[in-house]
Design a protein around this ligand. Structure first.
Ligand code: FAD
Length: 460
């Protein structure tokens, strides 16, 4: 940027992809301050627009994270892969009320020394320090003696859900479990715990007004990372030639991996080591004609963006964008979150469709499109989340097995662990857009394992 060869457009949102003769040749943007719709043309497009965790409304992601760039590219022909593979993180500060808009992650490292428990008895509302040892259930240590509190994220999350579903959750909402450092403080001394986790303890205290050195932290799972995304090949190119997708926005590397592997390492390797070479290769091996700014496909993409904005502004209904988003997020969380069932997913698909229909009839987007209008920005993103949410449920329903970040209750081992079905589901599920409201087509990319083969794991 200092060299002047890169121009940055802050406060600008990509709202469509321009595809000419089958190749990605530019994007349509909206200036979030002035509302101006603009086009940016080029020989290739690279999306690095992050994950779609905010489809759940509440997540650990930044509020601005959304799926719009990827979804609009999907509508232009890019396949969307494995949308149902999402990662739930077990150590977040529990939801505290209906009008919360964001969840806070407490670092995973806390599980190194903290012990997770709930009261043995349902509905036990005594303060934690008054619940004696023999009336506590250290459920992870009990169920998984060899891994204890360090079981993988999905296992820790699911088990927290189960004990809360049994009525043994803690805190006002009953959707929380204790993460208790009293043993570690006794064993190692307060100073050692302060040195290891002092910043996290301070953060927790500031948010909850409770001192975790004195009383156990309360934690609950939250959506944290999305393993699905636009399908890319080894060159990080999507199914639209010239459209490259990097970082969390693509599906690459992670599969169902319950940890999402290492997101930051993937982002770094995509950006430093892969895409600078593969884009060069694409440019060198494709003869791309110069395009005129008045090309019909450019005008068409701009018109699509303008129409969507006008439509959202003209509905003038009775409900805010946030109220729809909150309701959508709850459906996805309840039925396509930590554990899923065929029946629940079918219910979710119905409810999402009904709510989406209401959205396009009854959403209220105040203001105009000609200046800063955050309701309008959110309205476009929530419209895309509606379509993505349905696809996530369709994908989860199609995958009749449990694996990694996808747990179907019908497919579990006798002791409640994920039951894989590699014979029938060893593929990447790639979805092709088929028009608004229509079921997408599934394209299967088979997975072949030459050296390391997937296998059933036990954390007992
Ligand atoms: C609280 C938290 C802790 C984490 N800790 C770890 C960790 O310890 N280790 C690890 O490996 N990973 C961690 N992750 C995950 C990791 O941070 C993310 O996966 C990673 O930052 C994604 O990088 P990205 O560049 O692909 O996307 P992002 O960092 O999400 O960046 C995408 C950017 O694109 C912008 N954007 C989106 N849509 C549009 C649009 N339509 N037009 C214009 N701009 C757009 C967004 O505003 C954003 O600036 C953590 C994530 C969170 C939320």
């Amino acid at each position: 940027m200092q060299a002047g060869s890169v121009t940055m457009y802050p406060r600008t949102e990509m709202l469509d992809l321009i595809v000419i003769d089958g190749h990605a040749r530019g994007i349509v943007t909206r200036n979030l301050v002035t509302g101006e719709i603009d086009t940016h043309l080029g020989d290739a497009v690279i999306l690095g627009t992050g994950g779609y965790g905010n489809v759940f409304y509440l997540s650990t992601n930044a509020k601005g994270s959304n799926v719009t760039a990827c979804w609009r590219a999907h509508k232009r022909g890019a396949l969307f892969a494995n949308p149902c593979f999402t990662q739930i993180h077990p150590t977040c500060i529990p939801v505290s009320g209906d009008y919360q808009s964001k969840l806070t992650l407490m670092s995973e490292s806390l599980r190194n020394d903290g012990r997770i428990w709930v009261p043995l008895k349902k509905g036990d509302k005594r303060p934690p320090n008054q619940i004696p040892e023999n009336e506590r259930d250290y459920y992870l240590e009990r169920r998984y003696p060899s891994f204890g509190n360090l079981v993988p994220r999905d296992v820790a999350s699911r088990n927290a859900k189960y004990v809360c579903d049994e009525g043994r959750g803690v805190g006002e909402t009953g959707l929380g479990v204790y993460l208790d450092f009293s043993d570690a403080i006794r064993r190692l001394g307060r100073k050692a715990i302060e040195d290891r986790y002092g910043n996290l303890f301070d953060m927790y205290q500031r948010i909850t007004d409770e001192d975790p050195y004195q009383v156990p932290m309360r934690i609950y799972p939250a959506i944290h990372y999305t393993m699905g995304g636009l399908w890319v090949d080894y060159y990080l190119m999507s199914t639209i030639p010239g459209l490259f997708v990097i970082g969390e926005a693509n599906f690459s590397d992670h599969g169902a991996n319950r940890l999402g592997a290492s997101a930051l390492m993937q982002g770094l390797s995509d950006g430093y080591f892969i895409v600078p070479y593969t884009v060069g290769d694409y440019l060198a091996t494709n003869k791309l004609e110069a395009i005129s700014p008045s090309h019909p496909e450019i005008r068409n993409a701009v018109a699509c963006v303008q129409q969507t904005i006008q439509k959202l502004l003209s509905i003038n209904g009775k409900r805010t964008v946030d109220s729809f988003h909150r309701e959508l997020g709850k459906i996805v969380w309840d039925y396509c979150g930590m554990s899923r069932t065929a029946e629940g997913l079918k219910t979710a698909i119905h409810e999402i469709r009904d709510l989406r229909e209401e959205y396009w009839r009854n959403v209220k987007v105040p203001g105009s499109g000609d200046d800063l209008n955050q309701s309008l920005e959110k309205a476009g993103r929530v419209a895309d989340f509606f379509e993505l949410a349905e696809l996530m449920c369709v994908d989860a329903l199609e995958r009749n097995e449990s694996c990694g970040g996808h747990f179907r209750e019908e497919y579990q081992t006798p002791d409640g662990e994920a039951q894989r079905d590699d014979e029938n589901y060893s593929y990447v599920a790639c979805w092709a857009y088929r028009g608004y409201g229509n079921r997408e087509d599934l394209v299967k990319e088979p997975l072949e394992f030459e050296y390391v083969h997937p296998s059933q794991r036990s954390y007992k």
